[in-house]
Structures are given as C-alpha cells and as structure tokens.
Design a protein around this ligand. Structure first.
Ligand code: UD1
Length: 432
C-alpha cells in the first residue's frame, strides 16, 4: 500500500488549476442511464471514485469513450444488467444514485444496500421513501434494494433531511415519471444544480434547482447532451486552507469562488487576504499565522461538512482557541485522534471540537480514515516539524486529483512511496 511523506516547513506559493467537482461528476455520469443517446461530459476529474462509477456503469452495459482530457462519452443505449453489486456499492456509497434512473427508464433496478461507513450510519431511507411515493414497489432482501414500477408517477415529496444524493436520485427518477414531482426541503448544493443543468440539456423540465423546492415535470424520453462539470469547491477550499496554514500566497484558476463563499469568509476571518474573480481566487497570508475561527457545518450555503477536517487543522496551529461543530454527520471526527498524535491540542465535547492553537505540529506516522480526513493529515504535515507519514492514502485518491503534484507545484515537499516490505518479508527477500 502506498504512503505519502510530507516534510513540513515551506510556505506555499504559486498557481494551480482546480479540477472538476467529484460530487457533480458522479451523478452526471450516472444520469447517462436515463437516455439511449450519447451524453458527452467534460472536465471530469481523474479519481478513483470516477473509475468506480465507470466500472459500475460498465457492468450495467454502458459503453464509454474517454479521451486524454477526461472528456467522457457515455452510451447507455443497451443495458445488459440492472443490478449494482455489493462489491462496488460498498467502495462508493454514491452508487445508490443508479437506483432512480434505472427504475425510471427500465421499470426495475436492484442495488446493494450501502451498509455502514466510517463517518456514521448514513442511511438511504429518504431515497427509498421518495421512490415509493412515486409508485415504486420496493423490497429489501438479501442486502439488496429491489425496486419495480410500471411507470413512476409524479408526487409531492418532503425530505426530512435535505439529503444531497437523495435529492439527486429523486430528481433523476422524476424526469421520466408521469406527471409533476415536487421535492420539498431539497438540497441546494451546487452539485444538485449542476446535475439539474445537465438533465435540462437532455430535455428534462426542472425548475427551482438550487432552492429548497424543485419541481420536475416528467417527459416521455430524454436525449443526448453535452455538459461541462463545475469546478470542485471542496478542492478549492482545501488548497486555500493549505495556503493559509503555511502563511503562503496561492492563486487558484478554473475555480468558482462564488460557490465557496462560506469558506472564503472564514478564511478572511482567520486573517487571510482573499481576492476573487469569476473563475479565480487568490489568497495571501502575508507570512502571518492564522487566527482561530469558530465553524459550524450545515447544508449549503452554510459551511460544508466536507471542509470541517481542514478547519480543525487550521485552528490547530492558529493563534487562540476555536471551535468546530459538526451537525451533518455523526462520528466525523476520526482525524482528531491522529492530529492529537501530531501535538494538536483538541478537546471533544459532543459534536464540537475545542481547539487551542499551538505554534507547530510534530510529524508522526498517521492513518487516513476517510476522504476529507486524509486531506487534513496532508495539510497538517505541511506545518509539522519533521516528516509526517500518511498511511491508507487510497482515501485521498478517491477525491483529490494529483494532490501531491499540485502541492509540489506550490513548493510543498511531499512524495508518494510504495510501502516498505515488513521486516519478515525483508528477511525473506534477503534470503535470511
Ligand atoms: C453528499 C456528498 C458528501 C457530503 C454530503 C453532505 C456526494 C457523492 N457526497 O453525501 O461529500 O459530505 O453530501 O454535504 O455528493 N440521511 C438520512 N437518510 C437518507 C439520506 C441521508 O438520514 O436517506 C442523512 C445522513 O445520514 C446525513 C445527512 O442526511 O446525516 C446528510 O447526508 P446526505 O446529504 O445524504 O449525504 P450524501 O448525499 O451521502
């Protein structure tokens, strides 16, 4: 298994480009299931979660042409299978998104239950309840969600929690349902809007995406389309925090700072000088140490849970004491133990981390537990004395395109190494 070794102490400087948003690319790729015509998607990031999605869609019979810039043409004209198996769903929960489109277009679908996951129980009850309201018959048997419907019909659906993938699944299903569907308390995340824009380009009739009430008038069929994925606001935020932590001066291009306002506001509060244009953002810390900030995660447009771990690191080395409260997921503080091992002064009180800033962290061997937690450990390594060795970095590869290349471009000392053989294996290899 590969590891990342980060040698701290450099101020990040320079310019890099932001990749396409993972959380927009996944549902947009899956939306290709809704039509027999070709959907052409550009600005797709090169990530393990994208590979998993292509593998899953490929198993269902979708054919792809992928060019060197990761523009993907998806052709779902002939599906061979309507079943998403456990071995793929368990590696990526967003696989549940195939349920709505397959059911809407083919009248049946089988998707493995995603099961538990490192950041809480993350159920899919809202996806199921919404589809049932649209007339689906759903059985949960042998660990699989088995869904059937002659043709889905429109419905008024109130989501108890504004689930992002829940909204996306139901919105996709509703595009081919008979009649009008209204999703109330819908997620307002920019990735939902990006998916809606792709669906509209395919001929769907959707109003209100980006607000808490989305109305979808079902159509008989959708057509092919071209769509460009929006820039990744979480990747943007992560590099801005990296720059701020290190006292650096960094410019990000191909970005959408208007989608990261809550994060940029907090960085300004922490003392960063931030300038933005329509497709770029520039953060200059002028060599200063950041000040602590208080952060509370909540659905968009509030502060994103996917930036929570990065701000725990920022506060760890900031001046003063700051709090970070997680309200979206239970159990999303596994990175705290690892940061404490690096010398961070963090006390947990329920779902709030109270962080007293220290001047420097210390390098240590640490283990990535989930996608955003793993990025936060790389950030911590940038401001640690001596080397930080991060294990289980496959989590990083799920969601950050070329993390070490991009950080190196900004002057960070970071490298990927293959795991050293264990002592017993070394002995065997040496013939001892
Ligand atoms: C998406 C994002 C993820 C982000 C999260 C919150 C993708 C692929 N992933 O995940 O990066 O951290 O939004 O912004 O877009 N819930 C239920 N029942 C359900 C569905 C969700 O109780 O049927 C709960 C969850 O347990 C959680 C909350 O709703 O507490 C929000 O989860 P949700 O918005 O669904 O997250 P995902 O869509 O899985």
């Amino acid at each position: 298994m590969n590891k990342l070794i980060v040698t701290g102490g450099t101020q990040l400087r320079g310019e890099i480009s932001v990749s396409g948003a993972k959380n927009a690319a996944l549902p947009v790729l899956i939306a290709s299931l809704l039509t027999s015509e070709i959907v052409r998607i550009s600005n797709v990031p090169h990530l393990n979660d994208i590979t998993t999605t292509l593998e899953l869609l490929g198993r269902l019979g979708v054919q792809f042409v992928v060019d060197e810039k990761m523009t993907i043409e998806a052709d779902a004209s002939e599906l061979t299978d309507l079943r998403a198996p456990y071995e793929l769903v368990k590696t990526m929960r967003a696989s549940i998104l195939v349920l709505g489109p397959m059911l809407a277009r083919f009248g049946q679908a089988e998707v493995s239950m995603p099961g538990g996951c490192a950041i809480g129980s993350r159920p899919v009850n809202l996806h199921i309840k919404g589809l049932q309201a649209m007339g689906a018959e759903i059985d949960i048997k042998d660990g699989y969600i088995k869904a059937r419907a002659k043709r889905l019909h429109g419905a008024r659906i109130f989501l108890d929690i504004s689930s992002v993938t829940g909204t996306e699944n139901l919105m996709m299903a509703a595009t081919l349902a008979q009649g009008t569907t209204v999703i109330e308390n819908a997620a307002r995340e920019p990735e939902v809007v990006d998916l809606a824009n792709c669906l509209i380009a395919m001929g769907a009739r959707i109003k209100g995406a980006g607000t808490a009430e989305i109305t979808i008038e079902g159509v008989e069929k959708l057509s092919g389309a071209e769509h460009r994925i929006i820039p990744d606001r979480i990747e943007t935020g992560t590099y801005l925090v990296a720059a701020a932590l290190s006292g650096g001066d960094v410019r990000l291009r191909n970005a959408r700072p208007d989608l990261a306002e809550s994060v940029i506001e907090k960085l300004r509060e922490a003392g960063a000088h931030v300038e933005t244009g329509p497709d770029w953002v520039h953060l200059d810390m002028k060599g200063e140490r950041p000040r602590s900030v208080n952060v509370r995660t909540a659905p968009y447009p509030a502060f994103p849970t996917d930036m929570q771990a990065q701000f725990v690191v920022l506060n760890s080395i900031a001046e003063g004491t700051g709090t970070v409260t997680e309200t979206v997921f239970e159990n999303r503080f596994m990175h705290v133990h690892e940061l404490q091992r690096m010398g961070a002064d963090i006390e947990m009180q329920g779902n709030t981390a109270i962080i007293r800033g220290v001047e420097k962290l210390r390098g240590a061997p640490v283990m990535a537990t989930d996608l955003r937690a793993s990025a936060c450990l790389a950030l911590a390594g940038l401001v640690a004395e001596s080397d930080t060795v991060i294990d289980r970095i496959y989590h990083i590869d799920r969601g950050y395109e070329c993390l070490e290349e991009k950080l190196s471009q900004l002057g960070a000392r970071i490298r990927r190494v293959a795991d050293y053989p264990a002592p017993a294996m070394r002995a065997a290899a040496a013939g001892d």
